[in-house]
Design a protein around this ligand. Structure first.
Ligand code: BTN
Length: 250
């Protein structure tokens, strides 16, 4: 198994992604090394947001990858592999777990995990990639996230972080091997199979326009394809589109 070959744990860090990137850029750690912490003073979310997490309650970790055979244009496959591994593992504990495009993990309509992938490219090759994961495990109350959930909220049980981490890593490892074997087609098919509200008619907002449509595809580079009610196919990049309901803005 590649992931979890080494685990570096600190009580407190600014951001596991920052520490992981520093270690990876200095090439002093092997592929699959995990950087984890109990608390982040500057936990990063997507689009410059902060990631909220109570001390010691959740999993906050980053996976260091050196996907040398993956072309930078195919970066989204890593996003697919990580979100799919996480979603599949969580599905062994709770029902209705889905990947909300591009890579949020939802249970029903609530967010249980977020993923932030950061990379460094030199020439046409990845120097390194850091996949940061925040998974809500035992936290029950949240201040900033609009629609959070956690394993504890969903099941009433308290979980061992170590057990959850090892399950998540095993599951993501299986999906990462798809990438190493260039098994991209199956990875994409499985990603679509686990996608939140795939092929369901919904109301979306893009800029100032609100329209009815349904997700019909996610292209290899992560572009979302939405069919509108008048059978037109529109393409969207990250943050260009959102569901209007049931949690506006998420
Ligand atoms: C999101 O906005 O949904 C992505 C959240 C990613 C949070 C994780 S927590 C571990 C890693 N370190 C960070 O600073 N961010 C990611």
């Amino acid at each position: 198994m590649i992931l979890g070959s080494k685990i570096i744990k600190s009580e407190i860090l600014t951001s596991t992604n920052n520490t992981a990137a520093n270690l990876a850029s200095a090439s002093i750690v092997e592929e699959g090394t995990i950087v984890m912490t109990d608390f982040q003073t500057g936990g990063k979310g997507q689009q410059g947001n902060k990631w909220e997490s109570e001390t010691g309650k959740n999993l906050l970790f980053s996976i260091i990858l050196y996907p040398k055979k993956l072309l930078p244009k195919d970066q989204f496959y890593v996003s697919m592999a990580v979100s799919l591994g996480l979603c599949k593992y969580l599905s062994t504990i709770v029902d209705h777990c889905r990947i909300k495009w591009p890579n949020d993990i939802y249970v029903s309509n609530d967010k249980i995990a977020g993923i932030l992938i950061e990379s460094s490219i030199i020439g046409n090759e990845f120097d390194y990639m850091v996949a940061g994961i925040g998974l809500n495990v035992n936290q029950e109350k949240f201040k900033t996230c609009k629609n959070p959930t956690s394993l504890k909220i969903l099941t009433g049980k308290t979980y061992s972080g170590d057990d959850v981490l090892s399950g998540v890593l095993m599951s993501i490892n299986v999906m990462y091997e798809f990438i190493l074997k260039k098994n991209y087609k199956e990875l994409r098919t499985e990603y679509l199979d686990h996608l939140y509200r795939f092929k369901e008619w919904n109301e979306f907002r893009s800029g100032n326009s609100v329209f009815c449509g349904r997700i019909t595809d996610v292209e290899n580079d992560g572009t979302l394809v939405v069919e509108t009610i008048d059978n037109k196919f529109k393409k969207f990049h990250f943050k260009e589109i959102e569901f209007t309901l049931p949690h506006p803005g998420n």
